[in-house]
Design a protein around this ligand. Structure first.
Ligand code: FAD
Length: 377
């Protein structure tokens, strides 16, 4: 019998891990990949859907299309994880494994921000992006406040991207002059590890008259009074509230005892948890990199290489380097890029590539290559 690997969550981490194991070990490994959903969406496709640039069907990648030697996909809801026994209970099965890899991502707690459910919007979930696609055409201008409710949050450039794209959207509809756009961020600069990226973003905001409020979180929204209250009790008038909601581990992770201080601690070099044979990758961890798909993928590759070395009796691979690049929508149909090194430099550092049409093509290739590699489409 091959090594039994149970992969919880078919997101960036789970998909990359299963693919690398299958590519290299084929039937030598028994990978069971479990996810409750029927399809995967790349994080940034939420912008495409919310602004009506792509339909949900075009963005969707169906798990049933995964055909890989040694890998079976199960669409099931995970309801309990026992990390000591490496056993997992779903709504229809119980699984036991030699190796357990937790890649269950981050959930959102919309109720942590009073007034958000009642009168606000969010684009971090796919359902939220679809709701916005319906709402945006009905918005007739006013004060838009985009604000972060808590840290950490996925894809730190995404709030900045959203205000630049909103600027274009409102301009195209002839509504920009009667609108005001404010971005509330918990950082002094939009992308702290990369001063050049932050400078370019702040310049883009200034050129477009977008108001940047630094070092603050949003606390609540009052849809009756149309007011957003910040963490320091400042009130902002607001006709359209777009919130980056509080993130948290999925409930099943919380109940498993794997998480400490909110997230699953791992050895940053190896992605091992404190339970033997149990790894965790991606947004569900507190590994020290931002919550982004590229870092989940990079971590998953390290775990895959470790398991391959284990099966082959070889030396373990080099540690996780915490390096990743994100594309940034700069508006005006241009995309920039920031590459950040979080774990293998003394302090996090970033390199900026200015917005261009070439980067638009590169971003498209990023999505196309994942679709081909993970789903064979
Ligand atoms: C608007 C936006 C833009 C973004 N842009 C970028 C970008 O440009 N670049 C980038 O790198 N990242 C980007 N991201 C972030 C990226 O999408 C996430 O960081 C990434 O998906 C994390 O990968 P993961 O494997 O850790 O988790 P996920 O991809 O979230 O996967 C977790 C999986 O676990 C499953 N799951 C959870 N609970 C259960 C359960 N109980 N039972 C069964 N299955 C379960 C979920 O269904 C999900 O499929 C963006 C995110 C947003 C919201």
């Amino acid at each position: 019998m091959g090594l039994r690997v149970l992969v919880l969550g078919a997101g960036f981490g789970g998909l990359e891990l299963s693919t690398t194991l299958s590519e290299t070990l084929g039937e030598q490994v028994e990978v069971t990949l479990i996810d409750k959903k029927e399809s995967f969406f790349i994080g940034f496709s939420k912008f495409e859907v919310m602004f009506g640039r792509q339909t949900a069907d075009a963005a969707r990648m169906l798990y049933r299309n995964i055909v890989k030697p040694g890998v079976r996909f199960r669409r099931e809801n995970i309801i309990a994880i026992d990390p000591e026994a490496r056993s997992v209970t779903t709504d229809s099965n119980v699984y036991e494994a030699d190796i357990l890899v937790v890649g269950l991502g981050a959930d959102y707690d919309l109720t942590a921000t009073p007034g958000l459910v009642e009168g606000g919007y969010e684009f971090y979930s796919f359902a939220g992006a679809e709701r916005l696609r319906e709402y945006l055409p009905t918005f007739l201008g006013g004060h838009v406040v985009v604000g972060v409710a808590d840290t950490p949050f996925k894809c730190p450039p995404a709030p900045s991207e959203s205000v630049l794209l909103l600027h274009d959207y409102l301009t195209e509809r002839g509504l920009r002059e009667q609108s005001k756009i404010t971005l509330v961020m918990p950082f002094g600069h939009p992308i702290p590890p990369s001063p050049a990226t932050s400078e370019a973003l702040l310049e883009a905001f200034a050129e477009r008259g977008i108001n940047y409020i630094a070092d603050r979180l949003v606390k609540a929204y009052d849809p009756e009074r149309k007011v957003v209250t910040l963490i320091d009790e400042t009130d902002l008038p607001c006709d359209f509230f777009l919130c980056i909601p509080k993130h948290r581990v999925p409930q099943v992770v919380e109940e498993s005892g794997l998480a400490q201080n909110g997230w699953i601690p791992v050895n940053p070099a190896t992605l091992e948890t404190r339970f033997p044979g149990v790894y965790a990758v991606g947004d569900v961890t507190s590994v020290g990199t931002p919550k982004a798909g590229v870092f989940a993928e990079g971590a998953a590759r390290v775990v895959a290489q470790r398991l391959i070395a284990q099966v082959r009796g070889e030396e373990p691979p080099p540690p996780f380097d915490g390096i990743g690049a994100c594309y940034i929508e700069f508006g005006d149909k241009r995309v920039g890029r920031v590459e950040v090194n979080f774990l293998s430099a003394p302090t996090p550092t970033g390199t900026f590539t200015a917005p261009s049409l070439q980067m638009v093509r590169d971003k498209l290739e990023f999505a196309t290559s994942r679709r081909a590699r993970w789903f064979g489409e």
